[in-house]
Design a protein around this ligand. Structure first.
Ligand code: PRX
Length: 645
């Protein structure tokens, strides 16, 4: 596959789209020339209690300050719920829920959703939760997760959703960091026919979370769980006693909406903070434009609400646009690998948004499971979370989309709040594997390692030179870390941590992280987190973790482990360490390979040379580069000789 493979825009896709080539060009030009005018118009996508008069006040210099629509007042749930109900669309379906069990599903209208949100909001108030308080949410993919997020937004509480696959330890550290007072969870989750013991995990986590005063427990599987008197409350009992009306709390545009923890190259996960107005505008704007969402369409994003994709493209974006959003509890390959396609036919899904890792896994099953389904409702396909290799892109395009549906390969991050680089269907010819062009109002650039801007067709570090409304505002209670992490490498510019290439047509190709962050099946993980989990094991002296190429997951986790003197490297210990990391962080962090390393390649100042470890893990040992600066170059030969896999 070369950059030359161009798939032209089909006239039937461009016709009636929100942005054909001409319209896109006009928006791009206006957003660059007159950002105030452009965003004054676009902000009207939301319902404001008081319309903003100050539009943009942002600086990437010095202390870094980002404010959008600063004097506006709104409650995002009015945009997502009330105005649709008041506008006569109360009976339209807001959420289609498809259970793990193919026989279970539910349709929730906008009116029902509003009522459920208000009841929970009142229940939270009755437990003493106030505006600005943090609420942690640890739920499976059930409607309650959207209800819980929106109920927080209704009363101005700040939600922090924690992925249901995280361990008790990961849950408690995220609760401790933001000092939340309420946890919302469920008895158990369901995935691929198995149950996940959420309440039991929560009980374990809460042993070290003194700030939590109350726990609301949704009944999902009905599996019996322990309930602590005075602390734990049954969701239904609590909410049934509440009024179905709750006035939306007037929030400043720059008041916090949510915190979401994400991994970086160092330290523990950061609390990425998003605020209300700018994030809301960005969610609505990008959801409509990128997916060319049209009224009445059924839209399905397969992400989990525990990640930013679930926040922006299952909950806030689609609901702000009055869409029908599908929420799926299950997994792609259960009961069999036709599941996605069966769900698409069952609910007549028009727009389907998933991750390359799922596409690669399903591709391996061949075309038959796909071809058993009709998929004729599909109009747009999307990809997110990691670079999509051209082979997977073409399979998605040909086999799933029958060459009818454009693919939007959407590049963005937890920090960006929403999509920044993506084709807009109907406006841009596609190249398999390229995220194509920035959205209107997004100003990416490539810089070399010294920060000099690179022009033309080239490769470098991906930075963004000016703010967009959906940008994160700070790291919760650690603005210094925000400035340090994102604005100190290339002063005055937002550094994404990604590398990218721009081709001769100006198309962007994201090449992956250039820092010590891994992307495993679209899940972002810091090597430092996995290393500290490993060294917490009593038999481990030292550990170094790197990514290795993995056919399905994109990247696998390769760990080099040095044991304490007198410890024996055995198969049993290897298994124990894998289980240890699963318990410390969660199953998504399980190492794919552990290599016993009597020594690690270090410089004379003691810094581990990860470049060499990455090469060995990738089995590219003939291009190790310069090893002469190592304190002890002989360790390299030993590591090569004992490579795993
Ligand atoms: O490396 C990029 C990769 O995922 C990282 C962001 O991860 P996270 O904050 O968990 O958000 C994932 C969902 C947006 C990025 O720094 N990434 C995300 N989307 C793409 C991508 N890499 C290439 N192409 C994409 N479309």
């Amino acid at each position: 596959m070369t950059d030359q493979t161009l798939i032209a825009v089909k006239p039937e896709i461009a016709a009636g789209s929100h942005a054909d080539a001409e319209r896109r060009a006009a928006m791009v030009a206006e957003a660059a020339k007159d950002p105030e005018g452009f965003w004054t118009r676009e902000m009207n996508r939301l319902a404001w209690m008081r319309a903003p008069t100050k539009i943009k006040d942002t600086s990437f210099e010095g202390d870094v300050s980002i404010k959008w629509f600063e004097d506006g007042v709104l409650n995002l749930t009015e945009s997502c719920l009330d105005r649709h109900v008041e506008g006569g669309r109360g009976d339209a379906v807001a959420i289609i829920w498809e259970g793990d069990d193919p026989k279970s599903d539910a349709h929730i209208t906008y009116r029902q959703l509003l009522e459920r949100v208000c009841r929970l909001a009142n229940a939270m108030k009755s437990l003493g939760v106030r505006r600005g308080d943090r609420v942690s949410i640890y739920l499976p993919m059930i409607v309650e997760s959207a209800v819980a997020m929106l109920a927080c937004a209704r009363i101005g509480a700040v939600h922090s959703v924690i992925f249901g696959g995280f361990s008790p330890d990961s849950l408690s550290s995220r609760i401790q960091d933001c000092e939340s007072t309420l946890l919302i969870t469920a008895d158990e989750g369901r995935r691929g026919g198995r149950t996940v013991p959420l309440k039991a995990n929560a009980d374990e986590a809460l042993k070290s979370c003194p700030t939590i005063k109350n726990v609301i427990v949704a009944k999902n599987t009905g599996g019996g769980v322990a309930m602590e008197d005075g602390r734990d409350h049954d969701w239904a009992t609590l909410c049934d006693a509440q009024s179905a009306e709750c006035a939306p709390e007037p929030m400043g545009a720059e008041d916090p909406l949510f915190i979401l923890y994400t991994s970086g190259s160092t330290g523990k996960p950061k609390g990425v903070l998003h605020t209300t107005g700018g994030y809301g505008v960005w969610a609505a704007f990008t959801h409509e434009l990128v997916f060319d969402y049209r009224p009445g369409e059924v839209y399905w994003c397969t992400a989990d609400v525990g990640w930013v994709t679930g926040h922006t493209y299952i909950v806030y974006g689609p609901l702000a646009n009055g869409a029908t959003t599908l929420m799926f509890e299950g997994v792609p390959n259960w009961p069999d690998s036709s599941r996605f396609w069966n769900v698409i036919d069952k609910h007549k899904v028009n727009i389907f948004y998933t991750a390359p890792t799922a596409i690669r896994a399903l591709m391996r099953e061949g075309e038959a499971p796909v071809k058993k389904s009709s998929r004729k409702s599909l109009r747009i396909l999307g990809s997110v979370g990691e670079p999509i290799n051209p082979e997977a892109w073409l399979w998605y395009y040909r086999v799933v989309g029958d060459e009818r549906c454009p693919i939007v390969d959407t590049w963005w991050q937890t920090e960006t709040g929403g999509i920044l680089i993506s084709p807009l269907p109907g406006s841009v010819a596609q190249k398999p594997g390229s995220a194509t062009l920035p959205l209107p109002g997004v100003f990416p650039a490539l810089v070399d390692n010294d920060g000099a801007i690179l022009e033309g067709a080239t490769e470098g570090n991906l930075v963004i030179t000016d703010s967009w409304p959906g940008q994160m505002r700070t790291v919760f209670r650690d603005h210094e870390r925000f400035v340090q992490t994102y604005f100190s490498t290339f002063p005055g510019k937002y550094f994404t941590g990604d590398g990218a290439r721009r081709d001769e047509d100006g198309y962007w190709w994201i090449t992956g992280r250039v820092d010590d962050v891994l992307n495993v099946s679209g899940h972002r993980m810091g090597t430092a987190e996995i290393e500290s989990a490993l060294v917490a094991h009593p038999k481990v002296a030292e550990a170094a973790v790197v990514g290795m190429p993995h056919e399905i997951k994109g990247q696998g986790i390769y760990a080099y482990v040095t044991l304490k003197v007198d410890e024996e490297p055995t198969e049993a210990l290897r298994k124990e360490l894998v289980a240890w990391v699963r318990k410390e962080i969660g199953p998504i962090a399980s190492p794919d390979a552990i290599q016993w390393a009597p020594g690690l390649p270090k410089t004379r100042s003691g810094k581990i040379m990860r470049r060499i470890l990455r090469k060995i893990a990738a089995n590219e040992t003939d291009s190790l580069g310069d090893t002469s600066t190592l304190a002890d170059p002989t360790v390299v030969q030993d590591l090569i000789g004992n490579r795993v896999g």
